[in-house]
Ligand binder design. Structure first.
Ligand SMILES: N[C@@H](CCC(=O)N[C@@H](CS)C(=O)NCC(=O)O)C(=O)O
Length: 219
């Protein structure tokens, strides 16, 4: 029998397992396709050691090991899972290409301004210019949220059926929780809530949280 893939996740997470660390994307994708997986928890020190860097050149999580294949980058891992299993990418070639475009859009167009803002709040809060800069960063996030909101309109998902593009986009938008920015776009809030309501999302969330509560996830 083929061994289940192994992913890495934080032993200690800044959000205490509330679904923001990027192993959540990989867990969710694996749950969507019904692929069992093992998790190896790593400390911040271990992530920077040669053994982990052999898997992840930037010394981060998540990684993904399946037989002799080792992958890093959450987007590449989700794409690999979506290619290997049914359920995360449409069969129709054009719809599939569009879903892949949304995966890139989530990580390459929507996530960067959200990360810039998050990084500023985390690391630059004490700088004299922080309060002056924050509204600029907020507005950069708003530009992308407004555009995404316009495109989504009243649809449930970005391109017809739920796909890996939605999975990544929802996890990216969730990084705004607590900022109030997403609340300005009711259709995006509803979109995120739809993602969070998926059974696979909940199984992944519970499994990540269980690392920190010590309580096993309930199925
Ligand atoms: N682009 C990478 C980013 C990976 C990343 O930033 N991982 C974070 C956890 S969500 C991490 O390991 N942070 C610790 C560090 O960079 O030292 C991906 O999508 O996988």
């Amino acid at each position: 029998m083929r061994k289940a893939p192994t992913i890495t996740a934080f032993e200690r997470s800044p959000d205490r397992g509330r679904g923001l660390a990027r192993d959540m994307r990989v867990r969710w994708a694996l749950e969507e396709v019904g692929q069992p997986y093992d998790v190896r928890l790593v400390s911040f020190d271990e992530m920077k050691e040669p053994a982990h860097r052999a898997l992840h050149p930037f010394g981060q999580i998540p990684t993904y090991e399946e037989g002799d294949l080792a992958l890093f980058e959450s987007g590449a891992i989700v794409f690999h899972i979506a290619e290997r299993h049914a359920g995360l990418l449409p069969d129709d070639a054009k719809a599939r290409a569009r879903a892949i475009a949304w995966m890139f859009a989530a990580l390459n167009t929507v996530e960067p301004p959200i990360l810039d803002r998050g990084f500023a709040v985390l690391m630059e809060r004490d700088r004299t210019w922080h309060q002056e800069r924050l509204p600029i960063l907020d507005d950069r996030v708003r530009v992308r949220l407004g555009e995404l909101s316009d495109r989504l309109g009243g649809a449930d998902w970005l391109d017809d059926a739920f796909s890996a593009g939605d999975l990544l986009m929802v996890t990216v938008l969730r990084r705004l929780s607590g900022t109030g920015l997403l609340d300005e776009y009711p259709n995006l809030c509803a979109y995120v809530a739809r993602g969070e309501a998926r059974p696979a999302y909940n199984r992944a969330f519970d499994a990540q949280l269980a690392v920190f509560t010590g309580r096993p996830p309930t199925d």
